[in-house]
Design a protein around this ligand. Structure first.
Ligand code: NAD
Ligand code: MG
Length: 341
């Protein structure tokens, strides 16, 4: 896959409908407008973000209305509501030759949306949350973004994709070409095996090990949950190299001899099994069925996480650390469909 600086792309002149005004939607809409593009925001009347978009000075209309006349439709609602949104508002209204843009390939790749054959289907996914996409843009910089073309009927799908990526600031940083399959499968794998699933289970099992051995839950919380942030920040800034620079020799030696005992070849084999479930569609089928059934298992699993002793002791300790605050990119009680992107 190649990296392409995008300064050679022409500014995109058409009208852009941004559907959804959450984490990504708000950042994209504001950045596109500040890049001189014509943006209309499409939302459900009475939805939670309608007033916010209006307060930001956008023309806000119902999705179907926004789609009519748009040359590019950016679908930035939660992934699970996109198939119905496509059927109801987009499919009957999108202009032939217009572009349908996603920030995550799930619905196209797993066939939950079968796009009309007379439109372009493209993807731009910034590698960061919406708040960062906005603040970096305001600083005159951008967040590296990945892009893909799934369907090109206009012959201009790639130019439109890069113009959009430039418009949100991604082109100022780096644009990496991908395809819907790679974006979707790697995104799901990362959040399941390492980020959300893997990291939370690692923390919980470490906490249980210490508490079951008779150590105080408060001490265990600090050691396996709270301090994880220091390590993740070092990873983020400079990778494993930077972590190794900043931790003690004792911590390094422990890392080298004990890390591979915890996450070993069997763990990697199970990671491969998780990846296989993603690749062959098993995960997507199960998740779609779970969503359609009203999320019975999802709710049960979530409650078990919320009821875990680490959450009880954590709430008590965090209340005494006033410098901690919830990320302002997502409210604490965010949609159940929130994702790491
Ligand atoms: P979000 O939950 O923050 O916001 C969703 C928005 O859609 C809200 O404005 C909500 O009111 C609106 N909405 C919900 N249902 C709707 C409907 N039926 N019709 C119209 N509007 C509706 O979502 P997000 O996290 O910004 O995710 C949007 C897309 O971006 C998803 O495809 C996601 O996978 C992708 N993505 C997200 C991130 C991230 O960091 N959050 C990163 C990369 C890609
Ligand atoms: Mg978990």
């Amino acid at each position: 896959m190649s990296s392409t600086p995008s300064s050679d792309t022409q500014p995109y002149a058409g009208r852009i409908a941004v559907l959804g005004y959450g984490s990504q939607g708000r950042a994209h809409a504001l950045n596109l407008r500040d890049s001189g593009l014509d943006v209309v925001v499409g939302l459900r009347p009475g939805g939670p973000t309608w007033k916010k978009a209006e307060a930001d000075g956008f023309a806000v209309v119902e999705p179907a209305h926004a789609v009519k006349g748009a040359d590019l439709v950016a679908v930035l609602t939660p992934d699970m509501v996109q198939p119905a949104l496509y059927k109801d508002a987009i499919e009957p209204n999108i202009k032939p030759g217009a572009a349908l843009l996603f920030a995550h390939g799930f619905n196209i790749h797993f066939g939950q949306i079968k796009p009309r054959e007379d439109i372009d289907v493209i993807l731009v996914a910034p590698k960061g949350p919406g708040a960062l996409v906005r603040t970096e843009y305001e600083r005159g910089r951008g967040v590296p973004s990945i892009w893909a073309v799934h369907q090109d009927v206009s012959g201009e799908a790639e130019a439109k994709t890069k113009a959009y990526a430039d418009g949100i600031g991604g082109g100022r940083a780096m644009l990496i070409k991908t395809d819907f399959k790679e974006e979707t499968e790697t995104d799901l794998f990362g959040e399941q095996a390492v980020l959300c699933g893997g990291a939370s289970e690692l923390v919980i099992k470490g906490f249980e090990t210490l508490v079951e051995a008779g150590y105080q839950p408060e001490i265990a919380y600090y050691e396996v949950m709270h301090e994880l942030k220091l390590i993740v920040d070092l990873f983020y800034e400079g990778g494993i190299t930077r972590m190794l620079e900043f931790i003690s020799e004792t911590a390094q030696y422990g890392d080298y001899v004990s890390g591979p005992r915890i996450v070993d070849a069997d763990t990697k084999a199970r990671m491969k099994a998780v990846l296989t479930d993603i690749q062959d569609g098993t995960f997507a089928r199960n998740w779609t069925a779970e969503y359609k059934a009203g999320l019975p298992n999802y709710k049960k699993f979530k409650q078990a996480d919320l009821d875990h002793p680490i959450e009880k002791v954590g709430a008590k300790l965090r209340a005494r650390m006033p410098w901690l605050q919830t990320s302002n990119d997502k409210p604490a009680a965010a949609t159940p469909l929130k994702k790491v992107g």
